[in-house]
Design a protein around this ligand. Structure first.
Ligand code: R5P
Length: 326
């Protein structure tokens, strides 16, 4: 055989939607590249137009859009960018969803509900994405909704490295705000030196959005510094209730660590007033000035996303970024 080869070199392009340009710029800086020159605007009736001003033919294209509010707009723009890359003959398209919209709707709680997280994966498949990359999915098994590779990144190393500098590890308890996240809290506890675990027994009214009640703490938190860990903080109801119940049950202090700061109203006020010493999130979502409050710390997720992009581009190992866990 005398195969025809190309003398072209592999090319990485990074594109961004309009939902979180600061994160995209930070990832580009980490990678040492420029963002793909892109035009995007809305028509009068709300439809979205996107176009890449440079050729992407044969490129490994990474298109980053966090599904920030207005979530449906961000998702639609993301899908249109993937479609545009496919039609422009990109070689491989990775959709990066630092925050995966609708991830919480990953199962039917009651009859006649959609499984929205699955639909989203199907939409990315239909648009032409070869691969997804996301950070701390609400449930890890959501990876299986997409019929292709999914790089599931963990913010935990970034959060635990910071938390270590803020607490007395010898007096620490890791607390899950509900029974469903105990597995994640276990990983945190292992990472922070096998400290004790507790969880808040929470009940939810499934007929009302964002409504939950923290009933009591299961586990010993008396006199302990607690780190309360969750994947996301939306209206802050879950976390504020959990902090109050922990303090009521004798915790010495509480700090909160969550990956995604959705921070819908009235989260900033609730979190500032709930009694937590500090609330730590990453910037998978944009956090504008009006949502920031005194006790909030925002850590950058850009270095992790940039390293994962590099591993994918180089056919390296994303799992190696997390000590073999994924
Ligand atoms: C629930 O299962 C999630 O992990 C979060 O705890 C919840 O979605 C946060 O919502 P909110 O901040 O509105 O209570």
């Amino acid at each position: 055989m005398n195969p025809i080869t190309t003398n072209g070199v592999k090319q990485l392009v990074l594109a961004s939607g309009r939902a979180h340009p600061d994160l995209a710029a930070a990832v580009a800086r980490e990678l040492g590249c420029e963002l793909l020159n892109t035009t995007a605007y809305d028509f009068a009736n709300g439809e979205i137009y996107v176009r890449f001003a440079e050729s992407v033919r044969g490129a490994d294209a990474f298109v980053l859009q966090s599904h920030a509010a207005p979530v449906n707009h961000a998702i639609m723009e993301h899908l249109l960018m993937v479609d545009a890359l496919k039609r422009a003959s990109a070689h491989q398209i990775t959709a990066i969803l630092p925050f995966y919209g609708y991830a919480r709707q990953d199962k039917k709680h009651r009859g006649r509900e959609p499984i929205s997280a699955r639909l989203l994966a199907d939409l990315f498949d239909a648009a032409g994405a070869d691969r997804l990359m996301s950070v701390d999915l609400h449930a890890a098994q959501t990876q299986g909704f997409f019929n292709g590779p999914v790089d599931h990144l963990w913010a935990m190393p970034i959060l635990t490295d910071y938390v270590r500098t803020r607490v007395d590890l010898s007096n620490l308890a890791v607390v899950s705000p509900d029974a469903g996240r105990i597995r994640v809290a276990e990983k945190w506890a292992a990472k922070l030196g096998d400290c004790p675990l507790a969880f808040v027994h929470k009940t939810r009214d499934v007929t009302r959005p964002n409504m939950s009640v923290a009933n009591r703490v299961v586990g010993d938190v008396q006199g302990r510094d607690c780190v309360l860990v969750d994947d996301l903080i939306d209206t802050g109801g879950t976390i504020a209730e959990a902090v109050k119940v922990l303090l009521r049950e004798g915790a010495r202090g509480v700090i909160v660590a969550a990956t995604h700061g959705v921070l819908s109203d009235p989260a900033p006020q609730r979190l500032q007033d709930c009694g937590a010493r500090e609330v730590i999130v990453t910037d998978t979502l944009p956090i504008p000035t009006e949502k920031r409050f005194e006790r909030l710390t925002v850590l950058s997720i850009a270095p992790l996303i940039a390293r994962a992009i590099r591993e994918v581009f180089d056919d390296g190992s994303v799992t190696s970024l997390f000590d073999g866990n994924s």
